[in-house]
Design a protein around this ligand. Structure first.
Ligand SMILES: *[C@@H]1O[C@H](CO)[C@@H](O)[C@H](O)[C@H]1NC(C)=O
Ligand SMILES: *[C@@H]1O[C@H](CO)[C@@H](O)[C@H](O)[C@H]1NC(C)=O
Length: 204
């Protein structure tokens, strides 16, 4: 999935939202292809895995800086006037790409660890070197990365839509991604999804 970086660099040179849209599709398509080749792997508790992905998306939202509108008036018409339109970055496909590009790659930094005597949680690790079972920890990292690909595949159109229409706000990622769009966490507890979740409560 490191190839995402190349896509992103190329993207800087693209001036048209049409291309951004195709790029957004391509990013997701790549995720899907990688997912197909590694299917069979799964995470036990989709809700906690989804929450970890949402947390990573959330940190990406927090890092967002205001950006200029995209000026796509880069063509001249027959009268020599500039043609095309100006698009608010927040409503652009480019923003969708910026937020989702590399997301599942970064899930490779997560692993499942025992936090208290019995519960296991997805945690972000600085390095895998000092973990007692490095191989197992890496296997978990691959699992959640693959899960992330499937999650994006499942939710791609709506996720792009909520990003562009402004309903994905900081603080909302878990609810939007894991309850509204994917249903991987139950909707019963809107405010505290972690404590009272359905059938997989033992993992949380
Ligand atoms: C990992 O362990 C080594 C030696 O056991 C230590 O020198 C190093 O600081 C540790 N690194 C981290 C990130 O804890
Ligand atoms: C944004 O898009 C989502 C998904 O299509 C929709 O459910 C939601 O109502 C929209 N919100 C706004 C503010 O348009």
């Amino acid at each position: 999935m490191t190839c995402f970086l190349t896509y992103k660099n190329n993207l800087i040179y693209y001036r048209s939202e049409g291309r951004n849209r195709r790029m957004a599709k391509l990013v997701i398509f790549t995720v899907v292809v990688i997912t197909i080749f590694s299917f069979g792997v799964s995470v036990d508790d989709k809700c906690s895995a989804c929450n970890a992905v949402a947390e990573e998306l959330e940190s990406q939202l927090l890092k967002e800086k205001p950006r200029n509108h995209l000026d796509l008036r880069n063509r001249l018409n027959s009268k020599g006037q500039r043609e095309g339109k100006v698009i608010d970055y927040r409503m652009s496909d480019l923003r969708v790409v910026d937020l989702l590009d590399g997301l599942c790659d970064r899930m490779q930094d997560y692993t499942l660890q025992k936090v208290e005597s019995k519960n296991r949680e997805w945690v972000k690790v600085e390095s895998f070197d000092n973990l007692t079972n490095k191989q197992e920890a890496k296997a978990h990292a691959n699992d959640i990365s693959t899960y992330c690909g499937r999650l994006l595949e499942e939710t791609e159109d709506e996720l792009a839509e909520v990003i562009k229409n402004g309903s994905l706000k900081v603080g909302d990622a878990r609810k939007v991604l894991c309850q509204t769009l994917s249903n991987h966490c139950s909707k019963s507890s809107e405010t505290d999804s972690e404590d009272e979740d359905d059938d997989d409560a033992d993992e949380l």
